[in-house]
Design a protein around this ligand. Structure first.
Ligand code: NAP
Length: 530
């Protein structure tokens, strides 16, 4: 059999693919990254909509594998903007000379396992082929856009912009009538900025969402200096928390606190801003009664901010707070006090048809020159099932996962030897600070590849038993508390026809890391080598 061209092929040049390449090269592997876009940055390359920012603080949402990098890079704001994060990704690519081994504008459409099960052929959309011993899918958790099935959308005369495929270059909405469909994190971030420009903005809301003020601000250089003086310790402390985020998670029970205390703690968190709102008490996701207290607090805030009582009620979510990803905003609710902004409740008046220059619901026809689609992603599995991956005996991953995915540690799948996933389904990923989690996955995969090389193993594969046991554990933990009780992308409910399965691992970052370390300590327990 011909020698494969590459030791390792990496798919995707986001934060996972970039760090994977850096590690592989340092270890002497012949590696190349294949990237569909024309630049690095992954999600931050594609999601260029106005208002796009990270909901994790910038000093935490960044690499830590290189002390000089984290000391030297200067973030300007508490929550970095998309352009700043993209600039950071580009800086890292230059600093570590990654561009030399990244092939841009190359979408991998197929992956086929060779007959011996010891390597893969990669097929690009242009019909080119590459061979590699190992493949690492660094394709991201939120990278395949979810398009709504809206009758007539194809006939809309003006631009239709998906937040996750935003065109390069600023879009000017001045004097235009804009429709936004979707009120998740992306919609909630972009709506206030579009409203400032547009002549009219109509927001089509299917489910109201909870959002907490970001309280974004320039970073205080003195505070950053103090943090950087102990960056390593700070990072280590973050990894001891469930989400891998440095913050105060109060263990106290909301059910045992007095009404005054409950109010004070929520008020404090609302003032501080950000996702950490849910850290006010330790049991907010455990009981309906406890959760109601947090949800009720936010609903009161909405009623206090939004002038029009009817609009305020429509904006008040009624479901569990924190079951869907909490949103973080700047002036979202206050935007509905503007004269040029209107909220349409799709539960009361579903969209019937998109016309050439309007959106018709059961109750009215709303004129529009531009439609912004903010309907999210085929999360966690979409980027994997979108590639035609054919494993042992020609089994297609997409077909195998028709009734839901399965994975060992979110890292590898039985039947697909020599294929790794960074932050795949069954990993804590989206419940954690993604960049440190990515680093942990990449380091684990790099160590595993070195182990295989040192022991002259040509094949590494998760065993069926280990995968089943881990997946059963992921489902069991996912059922704890209230998270799984709500339709969300965590359970695949946002994509029509997608199996309803709990996708990420809810057991927390420390527990997950402990398990990964234990697997190695037990000589790669759950993996078969050949
Ligand atoms: P999302 O949270 O899935 O929200 C999609 C929105 O579109 C929801 O309001 C949904 O309503 C609506 N929708 C979906 N299909 C629809 C349809 N056919 N008709 C009408 N409305 C429809 O997607 P996202 O806002 O892009 O965010 C996804 C995730 O990306 C976030 O949870 C977060 O993890 C990440 N993200 C993070 C940031 C940040 O760091 N700040 C920013 C953006 C995204 P339903 O609720 O009824 O389904």
């Amino acid at each position: 059999m011909a020698e494969p061209e590459l030791d390792v092929a990496v798919i995707g040049a986001g934060f996972a693919g970039m760090y994977m390449l850096h590690r592989l090269r340092g270890l002497g592997f012949r590696a190349r990254v294949f990237e569909a876009g024309s630049g690095v940055g992954g999600t931050w390359y594609w999601n260029r909509y106005p208002g796009a920012r990270c909901d994790i603080e910038s000093v935490q949402y960044s690499y830590q594998f290189d002390e000089a990098l984290q000391q030297e890079w200067v973030w300007s704001e508490r929550h970095a903007t998309q352009p700043e994060i993209l600039g950071y990704a580009e800086h890292v690519a230059e600093r570590f000379d990654l561009y030399a081994d990244i092939q841009f504008d190359t979408r991998i459409e197929g992956l086929e396992l060779n007959a011996a099960g010891t390597g893969w052929t990669l097929e690009t959309e242009d019909g080119a082929c590459f061979t590699a011993r190992f493949c690492v899918m660094a394709t991201g958790c939120l990278s395949v856009p979810n398009w709504p099935a809206l009758p007539g959308l194809e006939n809309f005369a003006g631009p239709v912009l998906h937040t996750a495929r935003w065109p390069h270059g600023a879009q000017d909405f001045t004097g235009r009538r804009v429709a936004v469909i979707g009120t998740g994190s992306s919609g909630i971030q972009t709506i206030p900025l579009v409203a400032e420009q547009a002549d009219r903005l109509t927001v089509f809301q299917r489910t109201a969402n909870y959002t907490i003020p970001a309280r974004n601000a320039p970073l205080d250089p003195e505070k950053v200096r103090a943090l950087k003086a102990r960056y390593k310790e700070f990072r280590a402390e973050a990894k001891q928390t469930g989400p891998g985020i440095h913050a105060v998670f109060r263990p106290a029970s909301v059910l045992e606190a007095s009404e005054d205390e409950v109010f004070e703690r929520f008020e404090e968190r609302w003032r501080d801003g950000g996702l950490i709102f849910m850290g006010a008490f330790g049991d907010l996701m455990l009981t309906q009664e406890g959760n109601d207290k947090a949800a009720g607090f936010v609903r009161d805030k909405i009623r206090a901010i939004v002038d029009d009582a009817e609009t305020a009620e429509r904006l008040c979510p009624r479901n569990i707070i924190g079951a869907k990803r909490l949103c973080v905003d700047t002036d979202y609710y206050a935007t509905y006090n503007r004269d040029n902004v209107q909220l349409v409740d799709l539960r009361a008046e579903p969209i019937e048809r998109v016309g050439e220059s309007s959106i018709r619901t059961g109750a009215d026809d709303y004129p529009a020159d531009v439609v912004i689609i903010a309907t999210g992603f085929d999360a966690m599995t979409g980027a994997l099932t979108n590639v035609d991956i054919r494993g042992r005996d020609g089994v297609r991953l997409a077909e195998l996962w028709d009734e839901g995915p399965s994975s060992y540690l979110g890292l590898a799948m039985n039947g697909f030897p020599n294929l790794f996933t960074v932050t795949g389904p069954g990993s804590p990923s989206v419940f954690t600070n993604m960049i440190p989690t990515i680093e942990q996955h990449v380091d684990w995969i790099a160590d595993c590849l070195v182990h295989a090389r040192d022991h002259r193993h040509g094949r590494i594969e998760a065993t069926g038993d280990a995968e089943q046991a881990w997946w059963a554990h992921v489902q069991e933990v996912g059922r704890v508390g209230l998270k799984a009780t709500v339709d969300s992308w965590y359970v695949g409910a946002n994509v029509e026809g997608k199996a309803r399965v709990f996708l990420p691992y809810l057991g927390g970052f420390p527990e997950y890391c402990r398990k990964c370390e234990e697997v190695v300590a037990r000589d790669y327990e759950g993996f078969a080598f050949g």
